[in-house]
Write a protein that binds this ligand. Sequence first.
Ligand code: PGA
Length: 252
Amino acid sequence: MRKNIVAGNWKMNTTLPEGLELAKNVNKALENVDAKCDVIICTPFTHLASVNAVIDKNKLGLGAENCADHRSGAYTGEISAPMVASTGATYVILGHSERRQYYGETSETLKEKVALALENGLTPIFCIGEVLEERENGTAFDVVKAQIEEALFNLSAEDFGKLILAYEPVWAIGTGKTATDDQAEEMHAFIRGVIADKYGKEVAENTSILYGGSCKPSNAKALFAKPNVDGGLIGGAALDADSFMGIVTAFE
Ligand code: PGA
């Protein structure tokens, strides 16, 4: 059966000392709760090796927020999947809407990133989601389906089964405007159907699909109660250990 997962996406926040402090606080808080979900923090590249050294990886997973679409070479400033893996991180967020929007990431580059992540033993947390205009003009479902098909449907069923998906309606990210639990459930069920049509029911049932976009302690419980919502990808609320734990403990 698929896992319930709460993953933090720190984005471009925290200096190294601040990040270490936050990671330690989350790690400590997890010692005192019986978490009913896997818990992951995805931090800036600069923090990975140091955070890896201070957390209990049996309780808290570690991931990067991106990786390069090349294995190595003359790509100044880029960080490759093997580099990420060498820090001890085992997850990587790919295709976040901020990467698509501000850094021009396309399904073609994401296909390369997913392949390199898998090749290096990293679990991609692959993000999909429509912008407001697409939600309003009724194309949200087509857009999300195309994002999945274009970047992921070249994978074998075995490799697809290694992914975590995150549905993040772009209009809900950092805006305080959360999708309703019914809107999330409707899209998550649709996504599971798209996966089932391609890879069969078993792969679809085993894929964890997280919701992201202004998820916080006050709305996490209702979202996670939906049958097709398997947890959350958390931005702003992951930057404070107490609010992040408020979301982790929304699973009972
Ligand atoms: P948010 O971000 O929780 O701050 O809306 C979520 C995300 O972008 O992953």
